[in-house]
Design a protein around this ligand. Structure first.
Ligand code: 3NM
Ligand code: MG
Length: 559
């Protein structure tokens, strides 16, 4: 087999333990997985005696050869030699690369496990054919792993090694990868100068009752880019305004489902008395968010219980997570829902409500200054990190303080303290150019659209950054307008087509929402925030986007 022609895109690593293989036959599982589209197989068995290892490896090799797929043996160079298979995978505690290469020769495929820059650099130097970088996420499959590095950790290693070395061997990553996160991992772990070739997977295939189907699903996901953010070719602001009317009508025609998870605190943790006010507010917000969703023409579903998410995700809508509660149970709840929507390849909008400070009653998105300026608590930081690493978000939306927190959390390594970007968390202190750069950088790192609301909103997909100066002060004087903007955004993205710019949908949703606020506030019968709310719903529902062109205040940020 010509080792320059093999594909690393879906790399199956076997496991023979009862916890994963169960009573299934390893050869049958591997053959099913090959039928499903696995492109490389590593026989990994840490327990069996040499005799059985060789016997099983021979059987596996006979199978993999039928599919023109290479078979590698974990650790045991002697077994690979005895079987005559295509190569070995060696860990940091196994035989050294140089010796393995001497024994197996130049045509063998030799892969090396690397968990940090040093290990990766020395494997590249030593002539490894590929690197297996991990551990990405914690996994029950291998309990003795040293560090969970997440997709960002993989990317950091590759970036650092790429600076030092000319050679770029193939690279896969491993640990806790399955259908629910594979696209996000590939997207976020790949630096542009050295993208991952694929992923290595154990339990998501070996532990499946239908390994062929599992492999097939994974192969499809690996081959399709994650929620591609097609860049919009923008030359001037009319590129954003000319489609408003069409996009608005499409939402009304498609009536996409907007699944709102607004944390109802009482479901998830016992409430101290002082929280009652927040609970009440969240219920009011649900009602308001549902009405806004209806007014813009979409279909609201208010369900905070993630058990339903898998079924709801199949209905072709979008999920909005208003993540204000940070108990472990709440986080698990969000996580399960994000996994369901990611697996269904449907959009998710994350609104890290109150992540910059404990949630207060002033959860409106514009104009309102937080009542607390304490900054995020340690619990909130770690909760945000969990949320960010548990799924792929199509849009991350927050006010300046929240987006700053997200950006700081993103820059954290699993072990180290947050790296300051030279900006501080007290909101209001940043210059427009710093804000524009902040949203742009975060959009690039997260591979999503970032919306930072404020008197001026900053919206970026990493390529184009848009400033919006619409909206009205009343939006900051009634509760729930932040959450409802998330719903409006979700409605527009959910009704967009594959291949369209997400940024365009987001901007259209924001313009619909914010110009409706301006129209409502200008009505004669509107005296203040109370009379504003019904007028706002009316304006959302009746707005003729052709007629708002004159109101639109959009700028394209030029660096
Ligand atoms: N090596 P699963 S993690 C075999 O970090 C292996 O080097 C790892 O299993 C490493 O796909 C791992 O079931 C197990 O999470 C991965
Ligand atoms: Mg090993």
């Amino acid at each position: 087999m010509d080792k320059t022609k093999v594909s690393y895109s879906l790399y199956l690593v076997t496991d023979s333990t009862p916890a994963i293989l169960g009573d299934k036959d390893i050869c049958h599982v591997v053959e099913e997985a090959l039928k499903g589209g696995v492109t490389m197989v590593q026989y990994r068995d840490k327990q069996s005696d040499t005799g059985l290892l060789i016997k099983t490896a021979k059987k596996l090799h006979a199978i993999t050869k039928k599919y023109y797929v290479p078979l590698l043996v974990n650790d045991r160079v002697d077994v690979a030699l005895a079987v005559g298979c295509e190569g070995v995978h060696i860990g940091q505690d196994d035989m050294d690369l140089e010796t393995a290469r001497k024994l197996l020769g130049p045509n063998a495929i030799i892969g090396v496990t690397a968990g940090n820059v040093l290990e990766a650099a020395s494997a590249v130097e030593g002539g490894a054919d590929y690197l297996g970088i991990g551990t990405v996420y914690s996994t029950a499959t291998k309990r003795d792993t040293k560090h969970m590095i997440g997709p960002a950790g993989v990317r950091n290693i590759l970036e650092a090694v790429a600076v030092k070395m000319d050679k770029k061997p193939h690279v896969v990553c491993i640990g806790g990868i399955g259908a629910h996160n594979v696209q996000r991992v590939l997207l976020k772990a790949s630096p542009p100068q050295w993208p991952l070739d694929g992923v290595a997977i154990v339990s998501a295939i070996m532990g499946s009752q239908d390994p062929q189907q599992a492999a097939k699903e994974l192969a499809t996901l690996v081959a399709t880019p994650a929620f591609p953010l097609y860049a919009l070719e923008v030359t001037d602001k009319s590129d954003f305004t000319k489609n408003l009317s069409r996009l608005r009508k499409r939402v009304a025609e498609k009536k996409p489902i907007c699944h709102n998870m607004t944390n109802l605190v009482s479901n998830l943790c016992p409430l101290p008395p002082s929280f009652t006010v927040i609970l009440t507010i969240r219920q009011v917000v649900q009602n308001f968010a549902a009405n806004v969703t209806l007014s813009i023409g979409a279909s609201p579903i208010m369900s905070s219980y993630s058990g339903e998410a898998a079924d709801l995700a199949k209905l072709g809508g979008a999920l909005v997570i208003n993540a204000g509660t940070v108990t472990p149970a709440a986080l698990e709840n969000y996580e399960e829902a994000v996994h369901a929507y990611n697996a269904a390849r449907r959009p998710v909008v994350l609104d890290p409500v109150g992540f910059a400070s404990p949630p207060d009653i002033n959860i409106s998105y514009k104009y309102a200054k937080s009542l607390h300026s304490a900054g995020a608590t340690a619990i909130r930081r770690s909760a945000l990190r969990t949320l960010l690493s548990s799924g792929y978000y199509t849009v991350i939306k927050g006010n300046e303080a929240e987006i700053l927190e997200v950006s700081k959390v993103h820059n954290m390594n699993s072990s180290s303290q947050p790296q300051q970007r030279g900006v501080d968390s007290s909101s209001g202190g940043l210059q427009p150019s710093e804000l524009a750069l902040l949203v742009k950088e975060l959009a690039i790192k997260e591979g999503c659209v970032v919306v930072m609301t404020g008197v001026t909103d900053y919206v970026s997909d990493g390529k184009t950054t848009i400033l919006i100066e619409n909206g009205h002060e009343y939006l900051g004087r009634v509760t729930g307008t932040g959450c409802t903007l998330g719903t409006a955004i979700a409605a527009y993205i959910a009704s967009s087509e594959e291949g369209e710019s997400v940024l365009q949908s987001v901007v259209a949703a924001m313009l619909h929402f914010e110009t409706a606020a301006e129209i409502a506030a200008s009505q004669l019968q509107v005296y203040g925030p109370g009379t504003f709310v019904p007028a706002f719903l009316d304006a959302l529902a009746s707005i003729h986007t052709d007629g708002i062109q004159g109101l639109v205040k959009v700028k394209i940020w030029e660096e």
